[in-house]
Design a protein around this ligand. Structure first.
Ligand code: FAD
Length: 384
C-alpha cells in the first residue's frame, strides 16, 4: 500500500519535472519485481538470486551515488522503503549503496572493474561487514586483524549482523592492521574487499526480530589470505574514509525510512476509514485524527529534509550533521508511526502474521543499524 500523492509541495522543490515519470516507472518495476515476491523472500529470509538479477536487469542496482543522478536514487530509495518490507529495503540498499559505495569512492580502477559491473547486474551480491561484538557504535575496539605474510596479507576475525551475509560474493570489511607505527584499533585500521568464496570465509545465519529478508549473518574470517590489491582506499587510514562513507550510509537509511513512514501512514489511513468503533469509522474519533495529524506533520518535515539532504549529496555537499539529523529523525519517526499503526489496529495488528506487526518489528531496527540514535545525537550535538 502506498500513498497516492508522490508529488506535492515542499520536497518537490528539489526535483525536476522528469522525476515524476521516473517515480512512476520505479513504482511499476518494484511492484512487479519486488512486491510480487516479497512474502516468499521474507520466509526464505533472503532475496532470491533470480530476484537480484531481475533488479539488476531493470537498472535498479546501478543508480548514481553522487551528482545530479543521486536525486533519482533518492526517489528509488523512498519508493523501496515505501514497499513496507524493511528487510528487502535494507538488503538492496546495503548492496547497491552502502557496501558498493566504498568501491565507488575509494576503490582502485581494477577493484571497480572486478566487482561493480557484476553488482550492477545483480550477478554479484555485496555485503558490508563492519560490526563486531566489541565494535559497533565505537569501531575503535576492532578485534579483526589484517597482517602481512610472506606472500601477501592474512585476515582473522569475526563480523556480526552482516546483511546479505549468506549470499555475499564480496564483502567490504574493516580490520586493524598489526601493529603499524605503534597505534591500534581505528587509528591503524584498513578497509578490505574480501571474496565470499575465499578459503576461510564462513557464514552463520543470525535470525533477527525483523528485517527477515535481509539475510543477516555472522561472518567468520579464519586466516583468509588476501593480496595487496584488496585494500580499499589508504591502508591503515580507514578512519579518513569511514567518516564520508558513514554519512552516505545514514543518508540512504534516512531516505528508506522516509518511504517506510509513508507506507505506514497509508496503511493507517485505510484502516481507520474502514474499521468501525462505536458505530463510526475509527478515523472519526478526534483522538485518532489528532494522532495521525501529528504523524503527518512530522512526515512532511522529515520528507522535505530528506530531499534536501539528497540535494546536498547531488551537489557534493552532504555533511555529517545533515546525514545524522535525517537518519535520527526519520528512523525514530518510523518507529512512532509503526507503533501508532499497530495500536489503532488493536489485537489484529498484534497477530504475529499481521502487516502492522511486521512494520513494527522492522521499524525497531532503524534507530540501531548503521548508527544508533544516541551516537547520532552525540554527532548532532558536536556539530552544533
Ligand atoms: C537488523 C540489523 C542489521 C545490521 N546490518 C549490519 C550490516 O550489514 N553490517 C554491519 O557491519 N553492521 C550491521 N548491523 C550492526 C549495526 O550497525 C550496529 O548494531 C550499530 O552500529 C550499533 O552497534 P551495536 O549493536 O554493537 O551497539 P553498541 O555500540 O554496543 O550500543 C548499544 C546501545 O547503546 C546505546 N549507545 C550507543 N552509543 C551511545 C552513546 N554514545 N551514548 C549513549 N548511548 C549509546 C545505543 O542505544 C545502542 O543501541 C546491523 C544491525 C541490525 C540491528
Amino acid at each position: 500500500m502506498r500513498r497516492d500523492d508522490p508529488g506535492g509541495p515542499g520536497h518537490a522543490d528539489f526535483l525536476a519535472a522528469d522525476h515524476d515519470g521516473f517515480r512512476t516507472r520505479v513504482r511499476a518495476l518494484l511492484d512487479s519485481l519486488v512486491s510480487a515476491n516479497a512474502e516468499d523472500w521474507e520466509s526464505e529470509r533472503r532475496i532470491s538470486r533470480s530476484g537480484w538479477r531481475s533488479l539488476g536487469e531493470a537498472g535498479l542496482l546501478s543508480l548514481d551515488h553522487a551528482g545530479p543522478g543521486f536525486l533519482h536514487s533518492a526517489i528509488f530509495l523512498e519508493e523501496l522503503g515505501g514497499l513496507g518490507f524493511g528487510g528487502i529495503r535494507a538488503s538492496v540498499a546495503v548492496h547497491a549503496y552502502m557496501a558498493t559505495s566504498y568501491l565507488h569512492m575509494f576503490g582502485t580502477e581494477e577493484q571497480r572493474q572486478r566487482y561493480l559491473p557484476g553488482a550492477r547486474q545483480g550477478r554479484l551480491i555485496a555485503a558490508l561487514a563492519l560490526t563486531e561484538s566489541t565494535a559497533g557504535s565505537d569501531l575503535r575496539d576492532l578485534a579483526t586483524r589484517v597482517y602481512a605474510t610472506e606472500s601477501g596479507y592474512r585476515v582473522q576475525g569475526e563480523k556480526l549482523y552482516v546483511a546479505n551475509g549468506s549470499q555475499a560474493d564480496f564483502l567490504i570489511t574493516l580490520a586493524a592492521s598489526r601493529p603499524p607505527r605503534g597505534c591500534s584499533g581505528l587509528g591503524a585500521a584498513s578497509l578490505l574487499v574480501v571474496d565470499g568464496d575465499a578459503a576461510g570465509v564462513s557464514r552463520h545465519p543470525e535470525p533477527m526480530l525483523g528485517w527477515h529478508s535481509a539475510d543477516v549473518c555472522r561472518v567468520r574470517l579464519t586466516d583468509v589470505d588476501i593480496g595487496a590489491g584488496q585494500f580499499v582506499g589508504r591502508p591503515d587510514r580507514a578512519i579518513l574514509h569511514l567518516v564520508q562513507a558513514l554519512d552516505f550510509e545514514r543518508l540512504v537509511a534516512g531516505l528508506l525510512a522516509v518511504g517506510g513512514v509513508g507506507h505506514c501512514l497509508a496503511l493507517l489511513h485505510a484502516f481507520v476509514r474502514e474499521h468501525h468503533v462505536k458505530g463510526v469509522p475509527l478515523g472519526a474519533h478526534q483522538a485518532v485524527r489528532h494522532r495521525i495529524a501529528e504523524l503527518e506533520s512530522s512526515y512532511e518535515l522529515v520528507r522535505f529534509y530528506g530531499y534536501r539532504a539528497a540535494w546536498l549529496q547531488a551537489n557534493g555537499r552532504l555533511d555529517t550533521r545533515t546525514a545524522s539529523v535525517l537518519k535520527l529523525r526519520a528512523t525514530e519517526l518510523a518507529v512512532t508511526a509503526a507503533q501508532t499503526c499497530l495500536q489503532f489496529h488493536g489485537a489484529r495488528g498484534y497477530a504475529a502474521d499481521a502487516v502492522a506487526a511486521r512494520l513494527y518489528r522492522d521499524a525497531m531496527a532503524g534507530p540501531i543499524a548503521g548508527g544508533a540514535s544516541e551516537l547520532l545525537r552525540d554527532l548532532v550535538y558536536e556539530t552544533t
